[in-house]
Ligand binder design. Structure first.
Ligand SMILES: Cc1cc2nc3c(=O)[nH]c(=O)nc-3n(C[C@H](O)[C@H](O)[C@H](O)COP(=O)(O)OP(=O)(O)OC[C@H]3O[C@@H](n4cnc5c(N)ncnc54)[C@H](O)[C@@H]3O)c2cc1C
Length: 337
């Protein structure tokens, strides 16, 4: 049985089909709510149900540390009656419903020993519409899908570039380096709620772990294209310098924004690097060391869930306001359909 869900304080309501989560029903109806992973892990879709009853969606968790008193995760529950909900924010989606394409591998290169940069092109005449910081799903032969962030800026719309870390034993990522030009992949996009406000001129500190660099690159290349003038900084963490695989992009930003601060944070530095320009330690430690006053700063964190949470806690302890911290967690495993 389907249920009506109303946004509190508005006359906007939408239908939730049987077995659909509150989040998916909103997205399908063109209502954009904050979210990232859709797997109950990142906590970005926390909000309140002010009237009606809900039930868990399968085995997904519907509570999270990010949930304030009485809040639930909209990706982890479905209605069992009509509802009134109060998300932390909402807007009418500019993206429209995600579209499916059969994309062709155009180029596939190893950028680091365990990172493939995969360029996909669309059939002639097709354009991809997405916003910097969003992600796509790649459909697998077994019916599951995997999420990957676009690394190219939205104005480069004839294809997408993905940065994919090889997870040992991973169903898709461990064989991504075997894909050859001309091979096809079914992709669906755009996904992801991006709430970095381009009109807000406060300084931004990006903190990326490994291939968490991909959406950061998309956002920074997009800002560069618009010749945005902002105070920008990037902390990029990896196990060792080989994991910081695209220095040419960083050099381009440093050239355009002479005050651009780049902090490469690595756990180990080979003796040949002398260790001079590296911060030796984790990304959260680099943040605390180099940016101890984050009051009135915007923080954008992207990478593994553990790294994202550690950096979020550090940002809070350095004075960042929770509403100015934006996170994009690369939660492992198949995405929900
Ligand atoms: C919104 C979003 C955006 C993402 N964007 C990117 C991106 O741009 N680049 C990127 O490289 N990844 C990204 N990911 C992660 C990606 O979707 C896959 O989870 C990852 O590539 C592993 O898929 P797989 O099929 O190889 O592994 P699976 O077959 O799904 O997993 C195999 C095994 O490896 C473990 N595992 C899976 N992923 C990891 C991991 N990251 N670290 C440690 N163990 C793991 C699993 O628990 C499982 O035991 C993103 C995830 C989300 C939710």
């Amino acid at each position: 049985m389907s249920f009506q869900i109303k946004l509190q304080g508005t006359d906007i309501s939408f239908v939730c089909q049987p077995g659909q989560t509150i989040l998916d029903a909103a997205l399908k109806s063109g209502i954009s709510l904050p979210y990232s992973c859709r797997k109950g892990i990142c906590g970005n879709c926390a909000g309140s149900v002010t009237e009606g009853n809900i039930q868990p969606h399968g085995s997904l968790p519907f509570r999270h540390d990010n949930c304030a008193e009485g809040q639930v995760l909209f990706c982890g529950c479905e209605p069992s009656t009509d509802l009134v909900i109060q998300p932390t924010s909402w807007k009418r989606s500019e993206d429209g419903a995600p579209k499916t394409f059969t994309a062709r591998v155009y180029r596939n290169e190893l950028a680091a020993p365990d990172v493939s940069v995969l360029q996909l092109r669309l059939p002639a005449g097709k354009k991809i519409k997405f916003r910097a910081g969003q992600y796509l799903l790649i459909r697998m032969e077994d019916g599951s899908s995997r999420s990957y962030s676009m690394a190219n800026a939205p104005h480069e719309s004839d294809g997408v570039t993905l940065h994919i870390r090889h997870v040992p034993g991973g169903y898709f990522s461990s064989r991504v380096s075997t894909l050859k030009p001309g091979d096809t992949l079914d992709i669906e996009l755009p996904y992801g709620h991006v709430d970095l406000d381009e009109q807000d001129n406060r300084p931004v500190v990006f903190v990326a772990g490994g291939t968490g660099f991909a959406p950061v690159k998309s956002i920074l290349d997009g800002l560069l294209k618009k010749k945005a003038q902002r105070q920008l900084a990037l902390i990029w963490g990896a196990r060792d310098p080989s994991g910081l695989y695209m220095q040419s992009a960083v050099e381009k930003w440093q050239k355009f924004w002479p005050d651009f601060q780049f902090v490469p944070a690595v756990n180990t530095v080979p003796t040949t690097s002398h260790g001079n320009s590296y911060f030796v330690g984790r990304a959260d430690e680099a943040l605390a060391c180099r940016f101890n006053d984050l009051n009135n700063h915007i923080i954008y964190i992207c990478g593994s869930p553990g790294m994202v949470e550690a950096v979020r806690q550090t940002a809070l302890s350095c004075g960042a306001s929770p509403k100015d911290i934006h996170t994009d967690s690369f939660v492992e495993g198949p995405a929900s359909q």
